[in-house]
Design a protein around this ligand. Structure first.
Ligand code: B3K
Ligand code: ZN
Length: 874
């Protein structure tokens, strides 16, 4: 490769091992924001207190986009020689042990397209401070272990910005001269700067209330654009359910008198848990049957819950430093997963979570961006809001929950919160609380925090004279900077079915214990052997129940045994996984040129399709073939085109073989009025899977078009639209255009319109996507729009992204550079697919590396994008 000409990174690597407590604490900060479209003036009065006996200078974080207007210490203006300002810091060379610093900064929110710090979007002002956005508002120790009480005064023009919000409780408001008004907010709970928030704008408000278990009245408000008020009731209901659930399951009550949520349409992420003032991406607040799918409703509930649960796990107990991010994120994802499981179907939620983990986290863990749940170094912390920190972090918490049981886990949580309320702590503090509550030794378990990579389990089962022997070997491949791995401590849940498919509990020797129908095996060594005694003839073992550890698992079960588990296993994950494995075996032999004549999966599919006893949503899962990405993960050399072809062929075969029954069951399910209850959602899920099979039959076009035109809800409409977009149906383009015309004023629906096209299975998808970038509704500045087109294409459409010739890679590289000019955080989130060249053929590998190099050679590339491209190219 040619040498890179890129300019060196501005930011330095930061290491966990270098953590030092701050030199100064902050007891209180008082902020005054004077907001105008021509600029914002921020006056910050901060009370500092020296933390050590040293005479260190005061060094405050501060970004390059603000201007320092004035600075005083204890009321005395500082001489120019008394301080230094750089692009990243303000240093006051000599300060007393306690003092009041007054700093006035001038910001330019209207031109802030980075959407970090204070910005102006769709006519409103809002902030995003996690992880390091507060330093773009004022000079401050912008680190999570400095906790302070905030008072915030907001001044803005009353007619344009009637709603003025910040954290905590509103303590004053009133009119000012010149058509301005003000509001003052006080947050009684000390917090780190990343939880600060401010919103000023013109919103409609959905108001409600919640009475806590101890009888406290909490005012609840959801602020949305005036036209969207009718789409906010599901979010409000979800918030109330979250509040109740956290009281019931964790004994945690809300602590302020008011809880505000604001929905904004330009947002870098899903939502933000600022104390008492959550700011949300509209995508996770707005939902109505007309505009949102069943999956959207479920995401709204999950994200509303997630941000609410942060009030204790993240806000009241916060992180000491950003290496501890999973302390709040892994734990809060675990809590939101449990919440959704309790509100809807536990087994289906588990499948969704496992699918996401495999799609995003396993991929991350096997590539150049692999890192531990608690990383050891970073350049740009925003690049570490990853599936590893969030989703694998949640699995790590779940394993502790499995090892000790729900009751003991709750005791551990009580201890953790009791000990650390109001403090900034570490993942280690959490594990110690769990150890103290349970008496378990989690020394080896801690490796889950420090080692990257997905462990691999190889399970060999032998049976002789009624004794079943399980030999389990664990290993973990090297990851960047970690060539050798130590064995992990993990729970493996297994079960047994007798030859009639009923659960049985044969005796287990040392190292295992039965918990109802599943047996908990604890693995610690590279090889573990377990024995089950008195196992009846014909019994079949069910492995990895509930996906009890985030590992890849291979075994020596036969096709016949997998088909049996697919039909009878009482554990939903193991049953589904049996179906996935059976289907994968059929595919892989076909891709490798050895088609299975009499595939066990086809028979099992036939059986599952006719199963009218099982929950229809679960039947839908059994009938859904592993995705092209899933199948790709199982190949030594990735062959995206081969996988695509064989998968399409198998879908067609299954569809044609079962056509009459598919149509019959579809027609039966396609009745009744729309409802959002679980049974209706489940039926829709199955119905739309059946339609997907029908769509490839000769009469498919009629069924798809009829559903598309007749649908009274977005789930059915989108399912049909996706199939239309995949197809060669004559009126394909006309219907697609019609959809755009109908919905062009609803941004979230138009995001879907972009996504379905990015996900198209057609061979002309790349050309289509290239044209869509030119579409008047496409924007490089809106993260939702960028994600709906670019991320959907590059992360989810394997065949199109890897199309031969490298057009997919070049497109992505170009998008990264274009987005980076406005918004580095969002651009960096697009980089990962370009780093996955290791298992491609030599030509594709080179094309991908060329694309990375092309990005790195662009002038002015951000630190965010540079860090990930450099790691990806190595
Ligand atoms: N804590 C925020 C994410 C912030 C991301 C900053 N790059 C949302 C959440 O996880 O709840
Ligand atoms: Zn979170």
């Amino acid at each position: 490769m040619d040498a890179l000409e890129a300019t060196p990174a501005i930011k330095q690597e930061i290491f966990l091992k270098d953590y030092q407590p701050p030199h100064f604490w902050v007891d209180e900060i008082s902020l005054c924001f004077n907001l105008g479209e021509k600029g914002a003036r921020v006056t910050a009065e901060t009370k500092f207190r020296r933390n050590s006996k040293t005479d260190n200078a005061l060094v405050l974080d501060g970004g390059p986009y603000m201007a320092l207007e004035s600075i005083t210490v204890d009321g005395t203006p500082l001489d120019e020689r008394a301080y230094t300002v750089s692009a990243t810091a303000l240093t006051v060379h000599s300060v007393p042990d306690q003092f009041l610093l007054k700093v006035v900064t001038k910001l330019d929110p209207v031109n802030n397209t980075r959407l970090e710090g204070l910005y102006h979007s769709s006519g409103n002002f809002c902030t995003q401070c996690e992880a390091q956005g507060f330093r773009h508002i004022t000079y401050y120790p912008d680190r999570p272990d400095v906790l302070a009480k905030y008072t915030v005064r907001i001044e803005a023009e009353q007619s344009k910005f009637p709603v003025l919000l910040s954290n905590g409780n509103r303590v004053a408001e009133g009119s000012m001269s010149g058509g301005y008004h003000y509001a003052v907010w006080e947050d009684p709970y000390p917090k780190p700067s990343y939880l600060f928030a401010l919103v000023a704008g013109d919103f409609a408000c959905r108001n409600d209330h919640f009475v806590t278990a101890s009888g406290k009245h909490v005012e609840l408000n959801i602020y949305v654009a005036p036209d969207d008020l009718n789409k906010s009731d599901y979010a409000m209901a979800s918030l109330k359910r979250s509040m109740k659930w956290d009281e019931e399951v964790f004994g945690l009550e809300y602590d302020l008198d008011i809880y505000n949520i604001v929905a904004v349409s330009d947002f870098n992420m899903g939502a933000m848990e600022n104390k008492g003032l959550n700011v949300f991406n509209t995508k996770y607040v707005l939902a109505s049957p007309e505009t949102a799918t069943d999956a959207d409703f479920s995401h709204v509930e999950g994200v509303i819950g997630h941000e609410y649960f942060h009030n204790w796990t993240g806000n009241r107990v916060t992180c000491r430093d950003w290496f501890q991010l999973s302390l709040k994120e892994g734990l809060t994802v675990f809590r939101d997963q449990e919440f959704t499981s309790d509100m809807a179907s536990r087994s289906l939620k588990r499948l969704d979570d496992v699918r996401i983990l495999r799609l995003l986290q396993f991929t991350e863990d096997s590539g150049p961006l692999a890192h531990p749940v608690r990383p050891e170094k970073y350049v740009e912390i925003n690049n570490f809001y990853t599936a590893t920190v969030y989703n694998k972090g949640a699995e790590v918490i779940r394993m502790m929950h499995t090892l000790m049981g729900a009751e003991t886990f709750r005791k551990g949580m009580d201890l953790y919160i009791g000990r650390h309320d109001g403090h900034a702590v570490t993942c280690e503090d959490f594990v110690v609380a769990m150890e103290d509550a349970s008496g378990l030794d989690l020394k080896q378990f801690r490796l889950w925090y420090s080692q990257a990579g997905t462990p691999h389990l190889k399970v060999n089962i032998t049976c002789s004279h009624g004794t079943a022997k399980l030999t389990i070997d664990q290993s973990c491949k090297p990851t960047p900077g970690q060539p050798d791995k130590k064995p992990y401590h993990m729970p493996l849940l297994v079960g047994w079915l007798d030859s009639a498919g009923n659960p049985i509990c044969p005796n287990i020797g040392a190292g295992g214990k039965w918990l109802k129908e599943s047996c908990l095996l604890e693995l610690k060594s590279p090889r573990e052997v377990f024995e089950f005694m008195d196992v009846p003839e014909g019994a079949v073992i069910s492995l990895h129940r509930q996906f009890s550890a985030p590992v890849k698992l291979d075994h020596n079960l036969s096709d016949k045994e997998l088909a049996f588990l697919m039909a009878y296993d009482s554990d939903a994950y193991a049953r589904w996984e049996a179906a996935q494995q059976l289907a994968s075996r059929q595919f892989l032999s076909e891709v490798n040129g050895k088609p299975l004549i009499d595939g066990a999966f086809e028979k099992a599919f036939h059986f599952a399709l006719r199963d009218e006893e099982t929950d229809p949503a679960f039947v839908a899962e059994l009938l859904t073939l592993p995705s092209e990405i899933d199948l790709g993960q199982k190949m030594q050399t990735l062959d995206p085109a081969g996988i695509h072809q064989v998968r399409e062929k198998l879908i067609k075969k299954l569809a044609l073989e079962n056509k009459e029954y598919l149509i019959k069951r579809y027609t039966k399910l396609n009745t009744g009025v729309y409802s959002l209850d679980q049974t209706s959602v489940a039926k829709r899920r199955l119905k739309n899977i059946l339609l997907a099979y029908i769509s490839v039959c000769p009469e498919g076009a009629t069924y798809v078009e009829t559903q598309f035109k007749a649908a009274d809800n977005m789930t059915d409409r989108m399912a049909a639209l996706q199939l239309l977009v995949h197809s060669d149906y004559e009126n394909r383009q006309e219907l697609l255009n019609g959809f755009y015309e109908t919905w062009h004023s609803n941004a979230l629906v138009i995001d879907k319109w972009f996504s379905v096209q990015a996900l198209s299975k057609r061979s002309d998808t790349v050309e289509m996507v290239l044209k869509l970038v030119e579409h008047p509704s496409f924007s490089f500045k809106n993260p939702n729009r960028v994600r709906s087109l670019v991320s959907a294409f590059s992360m989810l459409n394997q065949a199109a992204f890897h199309i031969s010739g490298g057009a997919g890679y070049r497109f992505l590289a170009e998008m990264i550079v274009k987005v980076d000019a406005y918004n580095p955080q969002t651009a960096a989130k697009l980089v990962a697919p370009l780093g996955r060249w290791q298992r491609l053929n030599a030509v594709a590998m080179r094309q991908m590396q060329e694309s990375l190099k092309w990005i790195l050679n662009k002038p002015n590339i951000s630190d965010d994008v540079r860090e990930l491209c450099l790691k990806s190219i190595e």
